[in-house]
Each structure stands twice: as structure tokens, then as C-alpha cells.
Design a binder for this molecule. Structure first.
Ligand SMILES: CC(C)(COP(=O)(O)OP(=O)(O)OC[C@H]1O[C@@H](n2cnc3c(N)ncnc32)[C@H](O)[C@@H]1OP(=O)(O)O)[C@@H](O)C(=O)NCCC(=O)NCCS
Length: 146
């Protein structure tokens, strides 16, 4: 398994993971936009050239926002998200980010556990933020260099 920068050739595989992971998935154009932005950092996890996971981090000045992360269901609990976070934290270090923030469905226990394991703390709740089904978003932030 290797981690590399997301390119347009990966989009078919990325969309397969995205569509099977979320009830309200991003469109392909959403990923194209992020790949093209110099201030965004998009990575894929590849197993024998097949996309098995990805992560998208946008940055604005010294702030990071984790926009999307998912791993193919068949490959979960094998440390792939952990490897993706290693890359994101390298970006945080290189770009001297002050923090990375994110929103997550209140019921997404695996994701919340993943974030807590990487030093993210709950900093707030956005009520009824998600649809399909309607659900609160938990806001989580990890601060660097404090
Ligand atoms: C959340 C998600 C990306 C985790 O990916 P993953 O590759 O399975 O995660 P890893 O194997 O790297 O796990 C790293 C750590 O996260 C935590 N974790 C991950 N999945 C977990 C689960 N199902 N239950 C409890 N803790 C979990 C654990 O601390 C784990 O470390 P450990 O295996 O040593 O105990 C994956 O479950 C997923 O794609 N979910 C659907 C999409 C989603 O909810 N994305 C987040 C949107 S905000």
C-alpha cells in the first residue's frame, strides 16, 4: 500500500470509495476543484494501483480544514487512514499550520475515534448540519505548536 498525491487518473477509484462511504457524496467535480487548488492537499492510498482510500485537506493561510477522508470498507481497520494522516501532518508541518479543523457526523464513531486517536478534540456542535439523515455535526480541532 502506498500513499501518493491524488491526480485526475485516480478519480474513478476515489468516486467509488466516496459513493460507498457517504449518503451525501461529493461530485467528481468537487475533487477536481480541490486537486487544482494550490492551497489544497489531496492524497490517495493505492493497493496494487487501486484506490482504497483518500483524504482532502484545504488550507487558508495557517488554517487547515479536513474536507473529506474515507477508506474502502474492505480495507478498513488496517491503518490506512492512519497513513493518510501521517501525510496530512507532514503538510501541517511544512505549511506551519496552527490547527486542522473538521466536521463529523455525531454517529460516525469510527471517524471520531480516528480523530481522537490523532489528537483532535471536540470543540463544538453544529445542530442538524447534515441531511440524509438529519444529524448534528461535531466540530473537532487539532492544534499544532502550542
Ligand atoms: C473513518 C475511516 C476513514 C477510518 O479508516 P481506517 O483506515 O479504517 O482507519 P485506521 O485503520 O487507520 O484506524 C486508525 C485508528 O482509528 C480508530 N478507528 C478506526 N476505525 C475504528 C472503528 N471502527 N472503531 C473504533 N475505532 C476506530 C482506531 O483508534 C484506529 O487505531 P487502531 O486500529 O490501532 O485501534 C473509515 O472508517 C471510513 O472511511 N469511514 C466512512 C467514511 C467516514 O466516516 N469518513 C469520515 C468523514 S468525517
Amino acid at each position: 500500500m502506498i500513499i501518493c498525491k491524488m491526480t485526475p487518473e485516480h478519480l474513478l477509484g476515489v468516486m467509488a470509495v466516496e459513493n460507498s462511504s457517504f449518503t451525501h457524496p461529493w461530485s467528481e467535480n468537487g475533487f477536481v476543484d480541490e486537486i487544482e487548488k494550490e492551497s489544497s492537499f489531496c492524497y490517495v492510498a493505492l493497493q496494487n494501483d487501486t484506490v482504497v482510500g483518500f483524504a482532502v485537506l484545504e488550507t487558508v493561510l495557517d488554517e487547515g480544514n479536513l474536507l473529506d477522508i474515507a477508506v474502502d470498507e474492505k480495507y478498513r481497520r488496517q491503518g490506512i487512514a492512519r497513513k493518510l494522516f501521517k501525510e496530512l501532518f507532514k503538510v501541517a508541518d511544512e505549511k506551519k499550520l496552527s490547527f486542522i479543523t473538521l466536521e463529523v457526523r455525531e454517529s460516525s464513531t469510527p471517524a471520531i475515534s480516528l480523530y481522537e486517536a490523532h489528537g483532535f478534540e471536540r470543540v463544538g456542535v453544529r445542530r442538524n448540519y447534515y441531511s440524509k439523515p438529519t444529524e448534528n455535526a461535531v466540530l473537532m480541532t487539532k492544534y499544532f505548536n502550542l
